[in-house]
Design a protein around this ligand. Structure first.
Ligand SMILES: Nc1ncnc2c1ncn2[C@@H]1O[C@H](COP(=O)(O)OP(=O)(O)OP(=O)(O)O)[C@@H](O)[C@H]1O
Ligand SMILES: [Mg+2]
Length: 293
């Protein structure tokens, strides 16, 4: 990852739980910055790097990541005290993601994803155990007509408890609430294509991208490289067989429409009517009209 220096704090992104901010940097780039001082902790940033770099190498669309040097002085003019405190707590190295200007949050009612692409994304989320791509919070953006994946902080739950990592990584992945579950994801095809690419070498390469500062002083590990190596085995073993342990049942709750009210009033509720439903409706429609006449 490249390292840049923040030159201007532009604005906070209030829809993000960790209060990410848009910043400009000395390479004239604009980034979404995730702060080391955020309450979610630095493991969120480690997960962003490992999963983001891995996903991009597997051919998924994930905006470029950089590390950003922050001098909190750039936030002096920021009136919000919460932002001021976040900046003060985050001096030094933070994470940046290339900002996609004009992108829209993914809306499953407005955007169609094919079974191949849905399969690749669901398989990848199963691999990294991503609990944050549900219909409640899709963490996908649509930009120039394509889907882009963001926010891989809530993944690899096993890195919060290393002694139990092997057992944790052996667990199934529940994709019932995944935002792409209704698109018929072809997970077997995705596994056949992508699993062979997830090698020890590739995982070692992505773990090497994590800055030392975010890995230092992890209990149970002598060096940061020792900790980097610990990230390899769970992902390697999951790549081999997770496609057989993806659970996809009915969603846990009826999905609300994500479209605005003025639009949804005229739309059928989720799930979308199937072809058969529409055919049945077309059939009963005129008959009812006739009956009314
Ligand atoms: N690269 C990007 N380009 C444009 N907008 C972005 C980008 N990354 C994030 N955003 C916007 O910022 C919001 C918050 O980002 P993100 O989901 O990564 O933050 P977060 O704090 O981890 O959020 P949460 O945990 O609440 O889902 C996104 O929902 C999206 O609207
Ligand atoms: Mg998010």
């Amino acid at each position: 990852m490249e390292e840049v220096v923040a030159t201007r704090y532009v604005t906070p992104l209030r829809e993000g739980g960790s209060l990410p901010g848009i910043v400009e940097a000395d390479d004239l780039g604009t980034y979404v910055m995730k702060f080391t001082g955020a309450g979610q902790g630095r493991k969120t940033l480690v997960a962003e790097v490992i999963c983001g770099e891995l996903g991009r190498r597997l051919g998924l669309r994930i905006p470029e990541l950089v590390t950003i040097q922050l001098d909190p002085v750039i936030g002096l003019a920021e009136p919000d005290q919460e932002v001021q405190e976040l900046l003060k707590a985050s001096a030094g190295l933070n994470l940046g993601m290339d900002y996609l200007p004009g992108s829209l949050g993914f809306d499953p009612l407005a955007y169609e994803v094919g079974p191949e692409e849905a399969g690749r994304i669901v398989w990848f989320d199963a691999l990294i155990n991503n609990v944050d791509r549900s219909w409640r919070n899709p963490n996908m953006l649509v930009w120039h007509g394509d889907c882009w994946l963001i926010d891989h902080g809530a993944t690899m739950i096993w890195h919060h408890n290393w002694p139990g990592a092997e057992a944790s990584a052996a667990k199934p992945y529940n994709a019932s609430d995944h935002v792409l579950a209704p698109f018929g994801p072809d997970i077997a095809a995705a596994a056949a294509e992508l699993a062979p690419l997830v090698t020890e070498e590739l995982l070692t390469e992505v773990a090497a991208e994590v800055p030392d500062a975010w890995l230092a002083d992890e209990p149970g590990f002598g060096t940061t490289d020792e900790l980097r190596r610990a990230y390899v085995a769970p992902l390697l073993s999951r790549a081999a067989g997770i496609h057989e342990r993806v659970v996809m049942e009915a969603p846990t709750r009826t999905r609300p429409s994500q479209a605005p009210g003025w639009l949804t009033e005229h739309l059928a509720p989720w799930p979308h009517p199937t072809k058969q439903d529409r055919a049945a409706q077309a059939h009963t429609g005129p008959a009812t009209e006739e009956a009314g006449r």
